[in-house]
Design a protein around this ligand. Structure first.
Ligand code: NI
Length: 175
């Protein structure tokens, strides 16, 4: 496995629509493993292939449900969940939307308030090409929407109602 370089704005690839993955070969497995390693090293909660300069419909997400909750849940075991999304497609969204602060590994030094669907259903392929369906909500749903946006050349700054430079103690998860 190897770390890949994360590209930043104004890299044109961040504005392009990624192409569907059609071959589930050894090369793809290496790309996926490298993306997971690069995301963890950053550290980030998600990474899309265009962020490592690959125009592929592929993203990884790793986040622990409850990471954003208050201390009352401190004792609860927090387990990180890893998703590999190949050719993901949002098939259902909740009417309810929620605001949250997002940052992006490809846009260092800026965060923004973005409205996202509270709950979504996503159809995708797993790393071996098998169809999967994920129903996610809250922060996980936010990360999924942020990553799927990346595959369409859309960045959080396009959707943010407000954008600002975070102070050092702000800890916004990046993806
Ligand atoms: Ni991002």
């Amino acid at each position: 496995m190897a770390l890949r370089e994360i590209v930043h704005l104004p890299a044109p690839i961040l504005r392009r629509k990624a192409k569907p993955v059609i071959k589930f070969d050894k090369t793809l497995q290496t790309v996926i493993d490298d993306m997971i390693e690069t995301m963890r090293e950053a550290p980030g909660v998600g990474l899309a292939a265009p962020q490592i300069d690959l125009p592929m419909q592929l993203a990884v997400v790793e986040y622990a449900e409850g990471e954003d909750e208050e201390e009352e849940n401190e004792d609860r075991e927090i387990k990180k969940k890893l998703y590999v999304l190949v050719n993901p497609e949002i098939v259902k969204v909740s009417e309810e939307k929620v605001n949250g602060v997002e940052g992006c590994l490809s846009i260092p030094g800026l965060v923004g308030e973005v409205e996202r669907h509270k709950e979504i259903q996503v159809r995708a392929l797993n790393r071996h090409g098998k169809p999967v369906k994920h129903k996610v909500e809250g922060w996980m749903a936010r990360i999924f929407q942020h990553e799927i946006d990346h595959l369409n050349g859309v960045l959080f700054t396009d959707r943010a109602a407000k954008i600002w430079k975070p102070s050092e103690e702000d800890e916004t998860p990046l993806d």
